[in-house]
Design a binder for this molecule. Structure first.
Ligand code: C2O
Ligand code: CU
Length: 534
């Protein structure tokens, strides 16, 4: 235990150093990267077994990366330390930040007790690099490695996560950001990447045997064995499934793996142009309010928006798997919240303070229950001709009726009445133009539908053509009663998943595939690999 203590403290020290270094303008970037790598190396050297992670999110740049999947514990909120699954010992894993045009290599090393994989969410990688066990590769077994390699051609905000048993593995923390910097675009003065997520703090309470007085600080970190912790966590998961995914279980919301007072403040200077990249790695939609500033939504799912309008005091609803990049000019010195609105218990912890350097004003109050309008992307930005229209000719048309059904005692999530792998695939050939109508017939459930390997253009919402900027996405939230028409070109041969990113829904059936005629995957599924594509 003594030894473990020392390790923790040195990791903590590096975490603090990183924190002081701040985040991330391009000059400081390489320095931070340097430190991040050393931090990661140190951790690798020192922490052969489980160790606690207190470091803030690190940024890795360059062309070759190493991601080690391993179990750990992380303090998410003061006194709440949970067993987590990590890439490089932290949730989120390191931000991978590369330049457009680079070919990048990422080696995944699995130090967990279960197989894992990495999916590059939103990124149009070659099919063999898509990271879906049983569909594009065999799951990476404990002790093994797998190297992902692809050319980063498309700039924007993306993320990576395990796609093995993903409802559980992403929930435990196996995710991080992938940022591809545009080659010829002006850079903002400041950038932050914020990954949103939700947790069940109850697992920790169980683990502490209900004795809250034992829960603070190192004491608590030392007392729990890893296996015990994971067991508790998966127990509450199963309970959750039995309860039909009662999402109220998720009572602790995090930004970059931290909640409440542990969330790092976002430092800005007066006059700076600031970009915030928001990524939802969780299973709930979060409505984000930027206090005190006008802002623009410059991109969604990595794709730019044409002439984005300047708006203020409107909520940005970010569904599971979606990304939004917002930009604002820091023209209002003081301290301001960027916070999640809503009635759920966890919402209170999902706030970051925007702090002006050199300003001592403390002007702002949280106000998470304030009712504000939600931005509608269907009429945001300025019209422009996109590659697809509603009335052109398509080679393939597919209707996806999404529903929630009860089969015996189980709740299942269906596409045209069927659950994966019995759903009807979208059969295409290379070059086909494909139109998909997505209808949500569920009474209560949102379905954020995610297509691998392609972007689609959103053409209409509830029968009405989009009125603003063309919108290109890989993840589109369809609310109960809504109907969207989207279109894409089949330009990336392979077998590609098209599924709900409320991953409980995916694991309970809501998955189909886009399958290219004549495509042969470059691997042989291994029945011993325990492949779980969802
Ligand atoms: Cu974010 Cu099929 O995945
Ligand atoms: Cu769903």
């Amino acid at each position: 235990m003594k030894k473990a203590w020392k390790r923790k403290i040195s990791v903590l020290a590096w975490g603090v150093a990183l924190l002081l270094a701040g985040c991330v303008n391009s000059e400081v970037n390489s320095m931070i990267t340097d430190r991040s790598n050393r931090t990661a190396d140190q951790k690798q050297d020192q922490a052969q077994d489980q160790s606690h992670t207190t470091a803030t999110t690190t940024v890795m740049t360059g062309k070759a990366f190493m991601l080690t999947a391993k179990a750990s514990h992380q303090e998410l909120a003061p006194g709440v330390t949970l067993p987590v699954w990590t890439f490089n010992n932290a949730v989120p894993g390191p931000e991978i930040r590369v330049r457009q045009g680079e070919t990048i290599k990422v080696t995944l090393k699995n130090e967990l007790s279960e197989p894992v994989s990495i999916h590059w969410h939103g990124y149009p990688v070659p099919n063999g690099m898509d990271g879906v066990p049983g569909i594009t590769q065999n799951a990476v077994q404990p002790g093994e490695t797998f190297t992902y390699e692809f050319k980063a051609d498309v700039p924007g905000t993306y993320w990576y996560h395990s796609h093995q048993d993903s409802a559980n593995q992403v929930d435990k923390g196996l995710y991080g950001a992938l940022i591809v910097e545009a080659k010829n675009a002006p850079k903002p003065d400041r950038e932050y990447t914020l990954l949103l997520d939700e947790w069940i703090s109850q697992a920790q309470v169980n683990e502490a045997h209900g004795d809250m007085s034992d829960m603070g600080g190192m004491n608590n970190m030392d007392m729990s064995g890893m296996d015990h912790g994971n067991m508790v966590m998966s127990d509450s998961k199963n309970e959750g499934v039995a309860m039909g995914h009662n999402m109220n279980m998720y009572d602790l919301f995090t930004i970059n793996g931290k909640s409440g007072p542990l969330v790092e403040p976002l430092k800005v200077k007066k006059g700076e142009r600031v970009r915030i990249r928001l990524i939802n790695a969780g299973y709930l939609t979060h409505k984000i309010h930027l206090h005190g500033h006008e802002f623009q939504i410059v991109a969604t799912d990595g794709q730019s928006i044409n002439h984005p309008a300047v708006i203020k005091d409107q909520l940005l609803a970010i569904a599971p798997g979606e990304r939004y990049d917002i930009e604002f000019t820091a023209n209002s010195p003081g301290e301001w919240y960027l916070e999640c609105h809503g009635e759920m218990k966890g919402a209170k912890g999902m706030k970051a303070l925007i702090q002006y350097e050199g300003s001592t004003e403390k002007s702002d109050q949280p106000n998470e229950s304030e009712q504000l309008p939600v931005v509608d992307l269907a009429s945001y930005g300025t019209q422009k001709t996109g590659p697809f229209t509603l009335d052109q000719k398509y080679d393939v048309e597919y209707t996806m009726n999404l529903n929630t059904e009860t089969r015996g005692h189980e709740t299942v999530y269906t596409i045209n009445g069927k659950t994966f792998p019995n759903t009807e695939p979208l059969n295409v050939k290379e070059g086909d133009l494909v139109k998909v109508k997505i209808v949500n017939n569920s009474m209560m459930d949102d379905h954020p539908m995610h297509l691998h390997g392609h972007f689609f253009q959103v053409l209409s919402k509830n029968g009405k053509p989009l009125e603003g900027s063309p919108v290109f996405k890989d993840t589109l939230n369809v609310k109960p009663g809504e109907e969207y028409i989207v279109a894409f070109k089949a330009d990336n041969p392979g077998n590609w998943m098209f599924h709900c990113h409320e991953l409980h829904h995916a694991s309970a059936g809501m998955v189909t595939e886009v399958k290219y005629a004549g495509f042969q995957p470059g691997f042989t599924p291994d029945p011993a690999a325990n492949n779980k594509p969802e």
